[in-house]
Design a protein around this ligand. Structure first.
Ligand code: GLN
Length: 463
């Protein structure tokens, strides 16, 4: 076990901190979650472990308490073996925005694992843990799950307590699950969901309604077309969301398998989606600029050795502590919130958000779930062929709408194309996680979870 773990970890660099002694004992589990090890993204608190958020600023910070979701898993008999790498404060789509280390994709070390929960996704895909926790503000669980060929759940907003999750954009994000199978994902979700007095936005969800076995399909072409008609930056974004050939294959295969399984597929279109990314980045950066104000090196963060006065102290700590992407987003956030301009940006984004939510709710009256791509490309490589920061942001379109609408979304591997997994996602009504689990479980029987070369089965199957 330990040598398998060390060999993979050296190759992929999924962890920021590992408690290796926890690994020497063989897993005792015979079913359920009891006795299973798991990994936790390093922006979720586990007492005594690091809580770096992938940032230099918190490099030496240790958590004094444990997040509710982790406590629930521990109460069910599972135990934490380590903290995983992420884009700094969850800002990014590759995990390369981590200030602390690189994480590689287990399918191909020259490619990214996706992000921002890339460490958690890589650890599960390599078989180092049967499941891991991540956070999803605009796709950070589903996109790395798709890049690594595993299951990724972004629960309904409020289904899982956010107590112990370091806030990036509070109104959008939720703790999510990365797992090596649909049933395992369901077990973890069932264990962590539920109201928590420590998080006022958490609540008990109503059960889903009787399924009709109709799935709505939101095609990339229709979205790209509506963006391309706009001209300017939106037109550029239209090209960025067009699916690469291999991803289109995977998406078509998902449609064919679901239809063979007896689901009725109907075409959908959601016109408000074309403003999804601008609305997401306006809201996310506004909230980030407020949430990250607490990192002043006085309450949290590394303090510079000397400073003339509190202003220069703050300035030095934040300039040295935050990476470029985080600084960019704080600046954007303060820009969209500056006095006199809120109506132009922030309030407008909120109106778009309300429209998107309404359009999705309306679409979900016609079907049980909506099938969508997760990301226009498979795991991308570093260097010359990498995606520019603009394209990476535009490509968040497919994932960020579930966050804007507060709906549950499950990403699962549709197929393997050219040696790399392709993921698709299913969105459902608030509280209807079971609906998407059931469909993905049907799918899993036809297309079992794929594994990278060198993967070994160490854990019993969830169920
Ligand atoms: N890629 C998105 C972003 O950079 C999503 C991040 C997330 O879900 N934490 O904001």
């Amino acid at each position: 076990m330990l040598s398998y773990f060390n060999k993979w970890e050296e190759k992929i660099g999924a962890f920021i901190e590992i408690h290796r002694e926890a690994l020497s004992a063989p897993p005792l589990s015979t079913g359920g979650l009891a006795g299973l090890p798991f990994a936790v993204k390093d922006n979720i608190a586990v007492k005594g472990f690091s809580l770096t958020c992938g940032s230099k600023l918190l490099q030496n910070f240790r958590s004094p308490y444990t997040a509710t979701a982790v406590r629930n898993l521990e109460a069910a008999g599972a135990y934490v073996i380590g903290k995983t790498n992420l884009d700094e404060f969850g800002m990014g789509s590759s995990t390369d925005n981590s200030a602390l280390k690189r994480t590689n994709n287990p399918w191909d070390s020259a490619r990214v694992a996706g992000g921002s929960s890339g460490g958690s996704a890589a650890a599960v895909a390599a078989g180092l843990v049967p499941f891991a926790l991540g956070s999803d503000t605009g796709g950070s669980v589903r996109q790395p799950a798709a890049f690594c060929g595993i299951i990724g759940l972004k629960p309904t907003y409020g289904a899982v307590s956010r107590y112990g999750l370091v806030a990036y954009a509070s109104s959008l994000e939720t703790i999510g699950v990365l797992a090596d199978g649909v049933d395992r994902c369901r077990q973890v979700f069932t264990t962590i969901r539920g109201p928590d007095p420590a998080d006022q936005t958490s609540y008990a969800l109503p059960p889903p309604s009787e399924p009709s076995r109709i799935i709505g399909v939101l095609s990339a072409e229709s979205i790209a077309r509506s963006l391309s008609n706009e001209g300017g930056v939106l037109e550029e974004a239209g090209n960025a969301v067009l699916l690469e050939e291999d991803v289109r294959h995977g998406f078509d295969r998902a449609k064919a398998i679901l239809s063979d399984l007896g689901y009725k597929l109907i075409e959908l279109s959601i016109p408000s989606l074309k403003y999804g990314v601008p609305a997401y980045y306006t809201i996310a950066t506004a909230e980030a600029s407020a949430n990250l104000a607490r990192f002043d090196s006085i309450r949290y963060g590394q303090r510079p050795l000397k400073a003339e006065n509190p202003d220069t102290l703050l300035d030095a700590a934040r300039t040295g502590g935050f990476g470029d992407e985080v600084r960019l987003r704080i600046l954007l956030g303060t820009f969209v919130l500056r006095s006199g301009f809120q109506d132009r940006y922030y309030l407008r984004a909120q109106r778009i958000r309300a429209q998107i939510r309404q359009d999705f709710e309306q679409a979900l009256t016609q079907c049980d779930a909506i099938l969508m791509p997760v990301f226009p490309t498979r795991a991308f490589s570093r260097g010359e062929n990498t995606l520019s920061p603009f394209v990476q942001k535009a490509a968040d379109l497919y994932t960020c709408c579930a966050n804007l609408a507060g709906l549950p979304a499950l990403s699962f591997p549709a197929s393997v194309e050219g040696g790399l997994p392709v993921g698709v996602q299913l969105l459902a009504s608030a509280g209807a996680e079971e609906t998407v689990f059931a469909i993905a479980e049907d799918y899993e029987k036809i297309q079992p979870l794929p594994h990278p070369c060198g993967w070994k089965s160490l854990w019993h199957k969830g169920s």
